[in-house]
Design a protein around this ligand. Structure first.
Ligand code: ZN
Length: 328
């Protein structure tokens, strides 16, 4: 089976941060995302895994972090996803400029990219490069909003707009992107824009930009860098067929790994970026009700017996409490 139509956009982006509390405060209080899951890194349970997103934690809105407190600072470079871009409503640029200024967050822009993107660039407390992209497609993404968060509906983030990869060249990466259903639609200088071929709209995290930066040093994973990006697929069956096609084109995917909230297959694309294919189900309401998401540390069954020990080792964090009067 062909992969086309089996990927429906970005699922999540995972990055590295230092202090988990600083990270929670920045993404929930300043950017107005919801902390939808607090769990541990299943490969290293003494580290948290924090997930932010919209109210439900829909695929396409999820930014996740491993807080590696003592890790060295990483640096952005080729073979990495270097910029994570959120979609904001078309007329929200002035609001965001004021909000960032009032919170002493340095930013660049707004500047125009391609025809319709208005781009503000900023950095999180660990130096992770982020963009807020104001675009008319935000209105098609209205349900991807955290309505009980600190930012009004007129201005709030609507999930991801895109992600930018830094590559030496774009052709080899382009091949695998084509295989996943993306097609190059335009370029501006060294920025090559890919969009899911089956989609009419750019809403819903369907864009990926490849930046050709052949003279830039290779990226190094560490604080303030992206660890991997995940594409979403509707079912285990779809994932299986995508995995077979990845093998057929000569790449080397992992077996399917159960990440509790989704099932994952990882592989490195030819330019060096770690890609993941993640299933939409079961999702973040698997073990918590929508209104309770992110309010306590959740562990997979096999780690529940050591919960007490883990809670002693993990740094103390204050989890956001929301006004749930309406949902009771
Ligand atoms: Zn992942």
């Amino acid at each position: 089976m062909n992969n086309k139509n089996q990927i429906s956009g970005l699922h999540h982006i995972t990055a590295i941060c230092s202090n988990p509390q600083q990270n929670i405060d920045f993404y929930t209080k300043l950017l107005g995302l919801r902390l939808v899951k607090v769990t541990v890194n299943f490969d290293d349970p003494t580290t948290y895994h924090l997930y932010y997103g919209d109210e439900m934690g829909h695929p396409g809105t999820i930014l996740t972090f491993f807080p590696w407190i003592d890790a060295p600072k990483g640096h952005r470079g080729t073979g990495q996803a270097i910029t994570t871009s959120f979609l904001v409503p078309e007329k929200s640029i002035d609001y965001w400029k004021t909000r960032l200024k009032n919170n002493n967050v340095c930013f660049g822009g707004p500047k125009k990219r391609f025809e319709d993107d208005q781009v503000i660039t900023l950095y999180d407390p660990d130096g992770l490069e982020l963009e807020l992209i104001a675009h008319s497609s935000a209105k098609e993404n209205d349900e991807r909003f955290w309505k009980d968060g600190p930012i009004s509906y007129e201005n709030g983030i609507r999930g991801f707009y895109s992600v930018s990869l830094s590559e030496e060249g774009y052709e080899r990466t382009s091949e695998i992107l084509n295989e996943l259903g993306y097609k190059m639609i335009e370029n501006e200088g060294n920025r090559f824009r890919f969009q899911l071929e089956n989609s009419q709209s750019t809403a819903g995290a369907k864009i990926l930009d490849v930046l050709c930066l052949p003279y830039t040093p290779h990226g190094m994973i560490g604080l303030g860098t992206v660890h991997h990006i995940a594409f979403r697929t509707p079912s285990d069956e779809n994932q299986k067929s995508i995995r077979e096609n990845i093998i057929n084109i000569g790449l080397n995917p992992t077996p399917v790994i159960d990440r509790t909230y989704f099932h994952s297959v990882y592989f490195r694309e030819p330019g060096g970026v770690l890609f993941e294919i993640a299933t939409d189900p079961p999702g973040f309401t698997l073990d918590q009700k929508v209104e309770d998401l992110g309010e306590r540390l959740m562990l997979p069954k096999w780690l529940e017996p050591v919960r007490e020990r883990l809670e002693k080792v993990l740094p103390k964090i204050d989890l956001p409490k929301y006004n749930k009067d309406n949902s009771k």
